[in-house]
Design a protein around this ligand. Structure first.
Ligand code: DP6
Length: 322
C-alpha cells in the first residue's frame, strides 16, 4: 500500500520559541500564529514494506542517522511493533539546505500520510497534535491560510493544537530573501532549549507572546496593516533579542539580514509600501506584503548583496492526501 501527502510550510507572524515539555510530547510554552505558504511544499510518499527497518529518501537520496531516527519515532506514533515498516520518499519544492521551515511542511506531510497508510481516520485536530510531536511548527501546517496554535495547559499536550482562522480574509503575499547561510546555524529545537535555560529575557518573551497574539488577530480582522506590521516585526525582534541574550548568545542574523530589514523598513516608512519583515532561526528574511506590491518588494530585496534567491509565495492550502 502507498499513499502520498502534500503539506506547505508556514511562517509565524507571532512566534513559537520555548517548550513547556521537551519530551517526545513536544509541547510549546505559548501559542503562535502563522501563514501557510504555497511556494514551500513538501510531498511525502509512504509505501508499506516488508523490510526490517524504515527507509528514508530525500529527493531520491537515501538518508540515515538522526533524520531517519526522527522519522521512525514519528511513524511509531501511528503503528505497533508488528505493523509493517515504511519506505518514505520525500521532496521539497524549495532548497532544503536553505533551512526554510522544512520541518513544518515535512512533519505535516509525514503525519497526514502516516495516518492514512496505517489505517487511521484522525480528525484535523488530532493530526495537528500528532504533527506537533514531530515539530511544533508542523502542527500549524495541517491547516491552510492563517493558523492559530494553542499553547494549552494540560500535561498530556492534548490542548496544544492549531486551528484555522477562516474568518480572517487578509490577503498577504510573502517575498523571501534567501541569504547565504553561515557556518551551520544552531537549529530551532536546540536554540530554543538554550534560550529557555539561559536567557534572562525568556519569561518576559513568553508574556509578550499572548499580548502579540491578541494584537495581531485584531489587526488582521480590522485590515489594519500598520498595527500588524509593528506587531510582527516587534515579535520577531523580541524572539531574536531573547535568543541573543542567552549565554553564549545565539545570533541568527547575518549582514544580509540587517540590510534586508533596513530595505523593508525604508520601503514602508519612506515609500509608503505596505510591507513588513519576519525572520526565523536563520539569516533569511521573509517580507509580507499586499499582492499588488510583490514586484516592488522582490526587486528591492533582490538588489541586496548576499541575497542568493528570491522566492515569492501566496498563502497555501491545508495539508492533504493526493
Ligand atoms: C523560529 O517547530 O522547528 O520557526 O518543535 O523543536 O521542531 P521544534 O521547533 P520548530 O521551531 C520553529 C521556530 C521558529 C518560529 C515558529 O515557526 O513559530
Amino acid at each position: 500500500m502507498t499513499v502520498t501527502a502534500i503539506a506547505c510550510a508556514n511562517i509565524a507572524l507571532v512566534k513559537y520559541w520555548g517548550k513547556r515539555d521537551s519530551s517526545s510530547l513536544n509541547v510549546p510554552q505559548a501559542g503562535s500564529l502563522s501563514v501557510t505558504l504555497d511556494a514551500l511544499r513538501t510531498t511525502t510518499q509512504i509505501e508499506l514494506s516488508d523490510t526490517s527497518n524504515d527507509l528514508l529518501y530525500l529527493d531520491e537520496h537515501e538518508v540515515t542517522g538522526k533524520a531517519l531516527s526522527r522519522v521512525t519515532a514519528h511513524l511509531d506514533l501511528f503503528r505497533s511493533t508488528t505493523d509493517p515498516r515504511a519506505i518514505v520518499r520525500t521532496s521539497n519544492s524549495f532548497p532544503t539546505a536553505a533551512g526554510l521551515a522544512s520541518s513544518a511542511s515535512g512533519f505535516a506531510a509525514l503525519t497526514v500520510a502516516a495516518s492514512a497508510v496505517y489505517g487511521h481516520s484522525h480528525s484535523k485536530r488530532d493530526l495537528s497534535i500528532l504533527a506537533r510531536r514531530g515539530s511544533g511548527s508542523a502542527a500549524r501546517s495541517i491547516f491552510g491560510q492563517y493558523a492559530l496554535m494553542n499553547g494549552g495547559v494540560q500535561s498530556d499536550g492534548l490542548d496544544a493544537y492549531a486551528e484555522p482562522l477562516p474568518q480572517i480574509k487578509f490577503p498577504l503575499c510573502a517575498v523571501i530573501a534567501v541569504a547565504k547561510a553561515g557556518p551551520k546555524d544552531i537549529g530551532s529545537t536546540e536554540g530554543m532549549k538554550h534560550t529557555y535555560e539561559t536567557s534572562p529575557y525568556h519569561q518576559p518573551w513568553i508574556e509578550l507572546v499572548s499580548r502579540d497574539l491578541m494584537t495581531a488577530q485584531t489587526a488582521l480582522q480590522n485590515d489594519d496593516f500598520m498595527t500588524l506590521a509593528e506587531c510582527v516585526e516587534g515579535n520577531c525582534l523580541a524572539m531574536h533579542a531573547n535568543a541573543m541574550a542567552s549565554r553564549p548568545g545565539i545570533i541568527y542574523f547575518s549582514g544580509t539580514t540587517l540590510e534586508a530589514i533596513s530595505t523593508v523598513r525604508n520601503l514602508r516608512i519612506n515609500h509608503g509600501v505596505e510591507v513588513f519583515f519576519t525572520i526565523d532561526a536563520g539569516p533569511h528574511v521573509v517580507a509580507f506584503t499586499r499582492p499588488s506590491s510583490v514586484d516592488e518588494v522582490a526587486k528591492a530585496l533582490s538588489q541586496i548583496p548576499g541575497v542568493t534567491q528570491i522566492i515569492r509565495s501566496e498563502m497555501g492550502e491545508a495539508a492533504h492526501l493526493t
